[in-house]
Design a protein. Structure first.
Length: 626
């Protein structure tokens, strides 16, 4: 029996610590992604995926990368440049909940095993949803429950594996209807877990050879099973339990065999992520030939958590890999003889690389500082985009700001002790201490907080989320006052604030998690106006998060789930929506989980576009600025 493990399912966006594109920020290295700037990106290669669960190239040359952590699929052109991102967490057409694998047909349409939604989705080559395949939520003929691997034969017949518990261990075949073109169920193999010749115990990857025979990774039987395309019976298998060449798993451990691909010469490649981390190559007869990867690690050609396998149109092996315990994923490409070719990734952990930006601050035209939640540090860049240094060793850094003298403030959270801290650094990021949080008259501890604002004089307004209040501190960390405290009794109360911003009139704005709204207060904490409800329409939010205010006091609100930014003006006691922009995607002005924002003195809007591993520099209409 298999219990699903090793794949992060991001549920509540707030709790996910979701890298930079200054359009994009970082080091001048090989770059995969849209060219949005002159001296940018800041932040290394931007392929725009936080994990690479599966990876393939279609007949038209486009690459498709399944990002299970981000619940999306990234489409790259034949040169490896990102063209489009589709998906997002959900159950609607074109949305995903733990997408697991991808396959493409003779027309370059692609198919996604949408695991938690118990269905297979079919898309056009450019990502237009075409069809849902398999009736969801069942175990009978044609029904699907937790599809895992996908493969397509020369006739565009579709094969899917299912692995869930002791009773769902299936290989299913779907055939396109000649008249309608829609897929219909044709056959099924498997059932309750077993180890007989025609049984499965957690079938995962599936692949087709040049004769259209089917090969299935039978993970908990530590083998690969070959199935005849005509008789639909198992005709052979290879592999056994053990750590040696040609074997899988280790005694006393459950094998994390994952995927399988077969090249034009019928060589077979199988990935395993636990307890041994390896990719093995076998002959068409199942005879072991070699390993892929140069040991365990994060360097070029090293493997960490190899999941999906694919082939490009030159017969090179595509490997979806991920740094264990993180949301940093990448694709590696090898020749069939094992020679490493290149790595595609978003972000990284080397100096100047950024894994997951959560906040960004700009000091005049001198420098940019980015909070990198993935690497638990801050990164300092020149205003022109050149990396200066990384600094800090934080627990869970969530936001950053600067005062009028260029001092840098970092908001850190320690969920282990349910407390927050603010660190103050000089403008070089070299000197810093946590703020005092036990001054006379101050709260005994800072609650977990997700956003804050530093004024030009150095006063700090902190959105203490866990305590549903906004607290004000002096530049040295001395508590001055707070308002909100223990929200929920009236509609004017704060309700788990996520961010805070101040306009030129001293009015205080917060975004609130529980009520999904923007809330304005007088400086003394008296409620002025509210706007927002749960949804995806105008003036609605799914996750209202970061706030920025321009020189006219227009208020910009980033929605981390709807992947857009809405603009509001406050007149008297009411908000008016005056505009907005953005949608899910990878080109400039599109977003994947935008978090904190800031507007600089030149009215440029900087957005921590966390799911796309970048910080975008936009004008106030949402267009990229070089």
């Amino acid at each position: 029996m298999r219990v699903l493990s090793g794949v992060l399912i991001i549920g509540t966006f707030l709790l996910s610590a979701c890298s930079l594109d200054i359009n994009m920020l970082g080091k001048d290295q090989s770059y995969i992604g849209p060219d949005d700037g002159v001296n940018f990106p800041l932040g290394d290669k931007a392929s725009y995926f936080s994990s690479a669960t599966d990876f393939t190239q279609a007949a038209n040359g486009n690459y498709y990368v399944v990002d299970a952590n981000g619940a999306n699929v990234v489409i790259l052109n034949p040169q490896g440049r990102a063209m489009k991102k589709i998906g997002g967490l959900g159950s609607g057409n074109g949305q995903f909940s733990l997408p697991m694998s991808v396959a493409s047909d003779s027309q370059s349409n692609f198919y996604i095993a949408d695991f938690m939604n118990s269905r297979i989705q079919k898309f056009s080559p450019l990502g237009v949803h075409l069809e849902n395949i398999g009736t969801t939520g069942g175990t009978g003929d044609g029904l699907l429950s937790r599809p895992w691997g996908l493969a397509i034969d020369s006739q565009d017949n579709l094969y899917a594996t299912e692995c869930q518990g002791t009773s769902i261990n299936y290989l299913k075949k779907y055939k396109p209807n000649i008249s309608t073109g829609l897929y219909e169920f044709e056959d099924v193999k498997g059932g309750s877990e077993g180890n007989g010749a025609n049984d499965f115990d957690c079938p995962r990857g599936v692949a087709i050879d040049s004769n259209d025979d089917i090969f299935v990774v039978d993970a908990d039987n530590y083998r690969v099973v070959k199935i005849d395309k005509v008789t639909w019976n198992a005709v052979s298998n290879f592999g056994s339990l053990g750590p040696g060449n040609g074997k899988f798993g280790m005694p006393g451990f459950s094998s994390d065999m994952n995927d399988i691909v077969i090249d034009a010469d019928n060589n077979i490649y199988v990935s395993e992520a636990y307890p041994t981390i390896k990719i093995q190559k076998f002959s068409a007869a199942g005879i072991y030939e070699r390993h892929f990867g140069n040991g365990v690690g994060t360097g070029d050609s090293e493997l960490q958590d190899p999941k999906g396998l694919g082939l490009d149109n030159s017969g090179n092996l595509l490997v979806g890999d991920q740094i264990q315990g993180t949301a940093v994923g990448y694709g590696q490409i090898f020749k069939s003889d094992g020679t490493f070719l290149e790595k595609w990734k978003s972000g990284g952990s080397d100096p100047g690389e950024i894994a997951k930006p959560f906040g960004v601050a700009v000091y005049k035209s001198e420098f940019i500082v980015v909070i990198d939640n993935g690497n638990k540090r801050a990164s300092l860049f020149k205003f022109t985009g050149e990396w200066i240094r990384d600094f800090g060793n934080f627990v869970m850094p969530l936001d950053v700001d600067v005062d009028g003298s260029g001092n840098i403030y970092v908001l850190d959270a320690d969920t282990g002790v349910n407390a927050g801290k603010i660190y103050k650094f000089d403008k070089d990021g070299l000197v810093g201490l946590p703020w005092p949080t036990t001054e006379l008259g101050a709260p005994s501890t800072l609650g977990i907080s997700y956003g804050f604002k530093v004024t030009s004089s150095g006063e700090v307004y902190l959105a203490e989320s866990a305590k549903s209040r906004v607290s004000r501190f002096s530049s040295s960390g001395v508590f001055i006052e707070s308002f909100g405290e223990d929200a929920g009794t009236t509609d004017d109360d704060l309700s788990l604030p996520l961010d805070v911003e101040i306009d030129s009139l001293g009015r205080v704005y917060t975004t609130e998690y529980l009520t999904t709204r923007l809330h304005a207060f007088q400086p003394n904490g008296v409620s002025i106006a509210k706007v927002g409800s749960s949804g995806s329409g105008s003036s609605q939010f799914q996750q209202a998060y970061g706030i920025a205010v321009d020189s006219t006091n227009s208020v910009y609100v980033a929605d981390g789930v709807n992947n857009n930014i809405q603009i509001f003006s406050l007149t008297g006691s009411s908000f008016t929506r005056t505009g907005g922009f953005g949608q899910v995607g990878v080109v400039g002005g599109e977003f994947s989980a935008p978090i904190h924002m800031v507007i600089d003195e030149n009215e440029n809007l900087w957005v921590a576009d966390s799911g796309n591993a970048r910080v975008q520099k936009l004008n106030l209409s949402g267009q990229p600025v070089n």
